[in-house]
Design a protein around this ligand. Structure first.
Ligand code: AMP
Ligand code: FES
Ligand code: ZN
Length: 306
């Protein structure tokens, strides 16, 4: 097994590309895949200030590292979700990375700043924890970017994540979600641009990148996610990938090239029907004329406070 680029002994093989790499060439391969994704999907323009949402896990810390090395102007955002030790530890990894690279990390702590944690918020709102958590993340990523004057929010979703979400959405024919499952969501009234620059890289590649670059990250998965459907979809796709290397990439990029356009009109129509939340101003599906319009996040905060 020799490196595809320099013929030195390889340290990692990427079956999807039928190639092996030495450490240095692998780091360059990851940078190149991010550079290609950014240019292929017009993710970041010259001069854009980028806010990267970092969880303390491998994907978002690796992406932050790569964006800095590609000379983007990028600060981090960490949300303390109040999920016990898991949150304490993941925050430490995000802070350690920021210190080591001498870059800015914006922090929002749900218990301290908003008065609730995800387990409690989910219980009182009668939502699954991952649903209350996803809703809070989407809202707060966007708000932090607007407040800080950033043009773009980047997240560490990788090819494995996107293929698994696509698999779930397709099994249910969730056409509204399929219309929004894109590597770039353009800015619109009340929303900054959202980008996923790791869509050309898999989970295993990101773990190897962190090891090679000496980036420490939280290895444990969120305890609230255990047994959820997303993990089952990932496992199913891993079995398929094992038999047919490249199947995930073909599934996901085939969707983007040949199918996603059939679903975007529905997503665009949903977006056009949004109205500002009476509490916070964030765009939200509107109610009929004189009823109060409150976004799902403000409802969650209100219920969690009572
Ligand atoms: P997940 O939804 O946990 O798979 O995470 C997907 C992406 O959301 C990560 O790659 C990060 O970019 C971002 N993210 C997840 N958790 C947090 C957090 N606590 N604070 C900031 N960003 C996060
Ligand atoms: Fe959101 Fe686990 S990280 S519920
Ligand atoms: Zn609101």
């Amino acid at each position: 097994m020799r490196c595809r680029s320099c013929r030195r002994p390889g340290v990692i093989d990427v079956r999807r590309h039928n190639a092996a790499f030495c450490g240095d060439c692998f780091v360059r391969h990851c940078q190149e895949q991010v550079r290609k994704a950014i240019s292929q999907f017009d993710m970041i323009a010259a001069g854009d200030r980028v806010l990267i949402a970092v969880s303390g896990g491998k994907d978002s810390l690796a992406l932050w590292d790569i964006l800095l090395d590609l000379d983007y102007d990028v600060d981090g955002l960490y949300l303390g979700l109040g999920i016990g030790e898991y949150s304490d530890e993941s925050g430490e990894y995000a802070r350690a990375f920021a210190r080591r690279r001498g870059v800015a990390l914006v922090e929002i702590d749900l218990p301290d700043d908003l008065g609730f944690d995800i387990p409690t918020g989910a219980r009182v709102a009668r939502r699954a924890p991952c649903s209350a958590c996803g809703l809070s993340k989407r809202h707060l990523f966007n708000k932090a970017a607007l407040d800080g004057g950033y043009a773009v929010v980047a997240t560490g979703h990788n090819l494995d994540d996107e293929a698994a979400v696509l698999f779930g959405n397709t099994l249910r024919w969730a056409t509204d979600y399929l219309g929004r499952q894109l590597p770039v969501l353009p800015a619109s009234e009340g929303f900054v641009r959202k980008v996923k620059p790791l869509v050309r890289l898999g989970e295993r590649e990101m773990a190897a990148y962190c090891v090679l670059r000496g980036i420490d990250y939280i290895v444990e998965e969120c305890p609230m996610a255990a047994g959820n459907k997303h993990l089952a979809y990932k496992e199913a796709l891993n079995r398929i990938e094992e038999q047919s290397p490249g199947a995930k990439a073909t599934f996901y990029f085939g969707f983007l090239e040949r199918a996603s356009q059939f679903f975007t009109p529905e997503a665009d129509a949903d977006k056009a029907a949004l109205r500002p939340c009476d509490e916070c101003g964030a765009p939200t599906p509107g109610k009929s004329s004189n009823e109060q319009t409150m976004c799902a996040f403000c409802k969650l905060v209100q219920r969690a406070a009572t």
